[in-house]
Design a protein around this ligand. Structure first.
Ligand code: SF4
Length: 376
């Protein structure tokens, strides 16, 4: 049940940008302001102003989304790039985002779009049907809502996701999980898989480095496990000296084990200096390896490293017999040996969504990638 009034079927007399779309999840507040209830930032948006994410705006006493149907560009990615290692391995996913973001990460790796305003960034106008047709034309199995945080353009995510399901495509949400309890049910209703960024395991990091809070993200993760069937993987980008201590990694793993369980794949990925954080070095491969070792010792059954070449750290092994099931190199599949969701050797069930049938090929490469695909 949404908290805000129903999206208007009429447009207010005040003229608004033709690119604006009625927003949901808001309610009127004092002195003509509107309270946006989509993310835990709960912005109070004055007349003619935008919320922190920029793309939700108050015009004429209504909240509008400037992100609906306005992609900053499309790309065909391997699903491993999201990263998702236990969801349709080796398939292609049509990926897109919009401008704006509801977090303020100093290390943002997509800052050119997440910090852009719609009118500063070339935006492609598209309808849900056009996005789905593009995914079909480019032989994708799924659509990923990604690059900036799709929470802030939830209205468009929902409309595209419904259309994608009608066409037999899966939906993937790549998010920081910073969404309110009142909006998350509808946002995830048509989502099949998600990767949630757990950016650190201290409130101090969240507050100082991302301008947000840890607790709502943990809430989303626990809720995904408890209340939904959305396939979930977690990513933590390790930044030297900020969130990579053995104690913090251990506490993060303990929390995941208790609230999400040992089967959720956990990815530790390497940071590179970017945006406002250029004073830190790249994450050494040894830090990722140590983090993976800690996770496995604590009981996380599937832990991977990313943004580095490390075949062993990216390999899926059977927890029953240690057989090698999926060998990855960066985002490419080098070997795929499974029977549906089971180990080819001992029959142990592997959590996730894998391809039906028997696959014992020694070579299975991710199809060639295409960047900058366009609607027409
Ligand atoms: S979605 Fe945007 S406008 Fe709404 S509370 Fe979050 S940052 Fe503010």
């Amino acid at each position: 049940m949404r908290a805000g009034p129903r999206a208007p079927l009429w447009y207010p007399r005040r003229r608004v940008d033709a690119g604006l779309h009625p927003a949901r999840w808001w309610r009127p507040a004092e002195r003509g302001k509107l309270l946006c209830t989509l993310c835990p930032r709960y912005c109070l948006v004055g007349e003619g102003q935008a919320g922190f994410c920029y793309i939700r705006q108050n015009h004429g006493g209504q909240l509008w989304s400037a992100g609906y149907g306005r992609s900053t560009g499309f790309a065909v990615d391997p699903i491993e790039k999201k990263p998702l290692n236990h969801f349709l391995p080796g398939t292609r996913v049509l990926s897109f985002g919009t401008a704006g973001c509801n977090l303020g990460c100093a290390f943002c790796q997509n800052w050119d779009i997440s910090k852009a305003k719609i009118d500063q960034h070339a935006s492609e106008i598209s309808t849900p049907d056009e996005v789905v047709q593009l995914a079909l034309r480019t032989n994708c199995d799924s659509i990923a809502y990604t690059y900036n945080d799709p929470v802030i353009w939830a209205e468009f995510v929902i409309d595209v996701a419904k259309e994608a399901h009608r066409a037999g495509l899966a939906n993937v949400l790549v998010t920081a999980g910073y969404v309110t309890a009142e909006a998350r049910g509808e946002l995830f209703e048509h989502i099949d898989a998600t990767n949630v960024d757990l950016k650190a395991f201290t409130e101090a990091f969240y507050r100082r480095v991302t301008y947000s809070h840890l607790e709502p993200v943990l809430d989303t993760l626990a809720w995904l496990k408890r209340e939904t069937s959305v396939w979930t993987e977690i990513t933590t980008l390790l930044i030297p000296g900020l969130n990579d201590s053995e104690d913090e990694i251990g506490r993060e793993c303990d929390w995941i084990l208790e609230h999400v369980g040992p089967d959720v794949p956990l990815h530790f990925t390497a940071f590179h200096p970017d945006f406002k954080m250029t004073d830190r070095p790249r994450t050494p491969a040894s830090t990722l390896g140590r983090a993976r070792q800690i996770a496995r010792e604590r009981g996380i059954r599937f832990c991977y490293v990313g943004n580095v070449h490390d075949a062993e750290g990216q390999t899926t092994r059977c927890p029953g017999c240690s057989a090698t099931l999926v060998v990855r190199d960066w985002h490419a599949i080098r070997r795929y040996r499974m029977e549906g969701n089971r180990c080819l050797e001992c029959g142990t069930e592997i959590p996730g969504r894998f391809h039906p049938g028997r696959h014992d090929g020694t070579e299975r490469r991710t199809p060639g990638l295409r960047y900058g695909v366009t609607l027409n």
